[in-house]
Design a binder for this molecule. Structure first.
Ligand code: PHE
Length: 338
């Protein structure tokens, strides 16, 4: 009996496998209910007392060797193991965590699709801008009081450069480099020196649109906006309130009629039914001239909206900071909105 046990211990030490089936067979063979160890213990009971001490020690050794072998083999097949078990078709599947798009990307992609469908191209530009593209070309000369409308982060070492405050700068670049007709939208991150709270942040995302051609009128702008709100919100009723932007004349704020069908509508629209969603206007002829476009021949409209605000609205999120904290518990909730 002692020799048989010693032989088994040797076999256990020599055993190796990365197959979970073989490892399970190994466990059953040595440590299973009807396994070798238990059958040795049955034999052990009928041994003479003088033999029991020696055999008992050997049986303990057999048990411990088998158990530690089993533990070692199991770590080889668990995830993180360096040994590959790729050929082992019996291996249990490891769930793959699916990611999700960020709510900003979801909304941005939807808006981009909506305008792509009516022939707008997508243009992008630098986030660090110069004074000309962010301000001067857009009819905001130095010391113009309208510059106060946008708290700006200037680059300390060279205040001619700044973090763009809107993606209108991309449109200036586009007009400088392309001849009309122009139909383009410029999505991107913009920066403003504002206190961070649930309602405002020092950066956010915009999509600005620009359309320049012969005979473009305010009616074209209105038609485009109605198409947009219908596509994005399923709401076609809008109103244009006179406003002021240095780069458009006339200028307007766009409100969409959201309705007052339930408590959320009341909250969102502060009881008015109307939601302000963007700024717009006819491109000021000075801006066209600054970008070498003949303002006698061409006219155009422009609009700009904040993606973050729309994402908050569409997903009923009440704190803008959640959009930049990258908390997976928050982001996980957008899995179905791809
Ligand atoms: N650039 C403006 C802003 O950032 C938005 C806008 C764009 C308004 C185009 C009118 C026309 O607030």
């Amino acid at each position: 009996m002692e020799d048989r046990i010693k032989q088994d211990i040797k076999e256990i030490i020599d055993f190796n496998s990365t197959s979970s089936v073989e490892i399970e067979d190994f466990r059953i063979k040595y440590l299973g209910k009807k396994g070798l160890l238990n059958s040795y213990f049955v034999e052990f009971k009928s041994l003479d007392n003088d033999k029991k001490k020696n055999v008992g020690q050997l049986l303990n050794q057999l048990k411990n060797t088998a158990q530690s072998k089993l533990d070692a083999l199991k770590t080889q097949i668990s995830p993180g193991s360096t040994k590959t078990t790729i050929n082992d078709i019996s291996r249990t599947g490891e769930p793959i965590e699916l990611g999700s798009r960020h709510p900003i990307s979801i909304v941005k992609n939807r808006i981009v699709d909506i305008f792509s469908n009516i022939g707008f191209t997508i243009s992008e530009g630098p986030e660090i801008e110069d004074d000309w593209h962010n301000f001067s070309a857009l009819n905001l000369p130095e010391h113009h009081p309208a510059r106060d409308m946008q708290d700006t982060f200037f680059i300390e070492k060279n205040p001619d450069f700044l973090l763009r405050t809107h993606t209108s700068s991309v449109q200036v670049r586009f007009m400088e480099n392309n001849k009309p007709p122009i139909r383009t939208i410029s999505p991107g991150r913009v920066y403003r020196n504002e206190a961070i709270s649930a309602r405002s942040h020092c950066f956010f995302h915009q999509i600005e649109g620009l359309c320049i051609d012969k005979d473009i009128s305010f009616a074209d702008l209105k038609q485009t906006l109605e198409y947009f709100t219908t596509q994005l919100f399923g709401k076609s009723k809008i109103r244009l309130r006179p406003s002021y932007f240095p780069f458009t004349e006339p200028s307007a704020e766009v409100d969409v009629y959201w309705g007052l069908n339930n408590e959320t509508d009341y909250k969102m629209t502060k009881g008015t039914g109307w939601l302000e969603i963007m700024g717009c206007g006819m491109v000021d002829p000075n801006v066209l001239e600054n970008c070498n476009i003949d303002s006698d021949e061409y006219s155009g409209f422009a609009f700009g909206l904040g993606i973050d605000r729309i994402a908050l609205l569409l997903h009923q999120i009440d704190d803008i900071r959640l959009l930049s904290e990258n908390d997976v518990r928050f982001l996980d909730q957008f899995k179905s909105s791809l």
